[in-house]
Write a protein that binds this ligand. Sequence first.
Ligand SMILES: [Zn+2]
Length: 67
Amino acid sequence: MVKKLITPLQKVLLQRRLCPACTRSLDKARLLESRANGTNIVECECTRVFVYDKDLDTFRRALQEEL
Ligand SMILES: [Zn+2]
């Protein structure tokens, strides 16, 4: 059975600025949008979308309502 949870491994990959799905560097992800609230919306080559928080210098998965 497949569980749809964020696994510890995925968390570690994000902390290392790597895409949890394909492990490409998120620093090389395509910038979709730079928002006024201090976040960037970036798209990995595997089409997954992430939010980069400039203040915290961290990546996380984008929520549906943020797209
Ligand atoms: Zn990816």
